[in-house]
Ligand binder design. Sequence first.
Ligand code: IPE
Ligand code: IPE
Ligand code: MG
Length: 251
Amino acid sequence: MNGQGNEATASLEVVRQGEVPRHVAVIMDGNGRWARQRGLPRSEGHRAGMTAVRETIEGAAEAGVSHLTLYAFSHENWSRPPTEVEALMGLLEEYVRSQRDELAQHGIRVTVFGDLTRLPEPARHAIAELETSTAEGTTLDVHLAISYGSRAEIVDVARALARRCVRGELRPEEIDARRFAAGLLTRDWPDPDLLIRTSGEQRISNFLLWQLAYAEIFVTDVLWPDFTREHLFGAFLEYRGRDRRFGLVKA
Ligand code: IPE
Ligand code: IPE
Ligand code: MG
């Protein structure tokens, strides 16, 4: 593995004693390798990954995080073998249906973003039900990136702004970062403070390219199915020790 060897853990008690990131984004990676290590099909790794999703949502809620964004399926993942894509779509639907009531009970509000038109109809239906059932939640906002690609998202914003210019509703000089961000799928949420990637890979993989401009990046060698809330809290502790400068100098 090529990560930083950072498998630090921490307890909820310790994490609660200081600042936690307001918005945490996670690239949930390593399901396939987890399965391969056990001689299992890749789909079993994805199934095992559902436990880590649950752990992470519960841990984020306990720690007092406001927004948790989980990268569940990328635009590029559509090009995996059809059997794997099918298995992932099936698991997604299963997860959404099985967790819906519990998430609602815990006050978790779930929103899903990405190109959902490519999803099979039963999965889309289950997602719509999940969003409706959890809409009143106030404990934690969970955002699931499904069929998501950041370049496509940015191109869509550019196209919409160009259309408005052509129609004479907007002058090119009026386009600035604020107006651009207002067209992104994430327009209603603050930018992530912390990006976590599991399985040691040190790349962004077309995830929130605009929004991660000043996120702190934490890479752990832990494979996603093995990721627990104690690993999440370990990342929070490391985040607390970071010196976020946003391009400025210290007084
Ligand atoms: C992450 O695990 C899940 C998705 C991308 C859907 P992978 O399937 O990428 O697992 P590895 O990277 O092959 O181990
Ligand atoms: C990123 O993981 C996408 C998700 C976790 C959903 P990948 O496994 O698809 O990314 P690469 O191929 O390693 O960059
Ligand atoms: Mg991967």
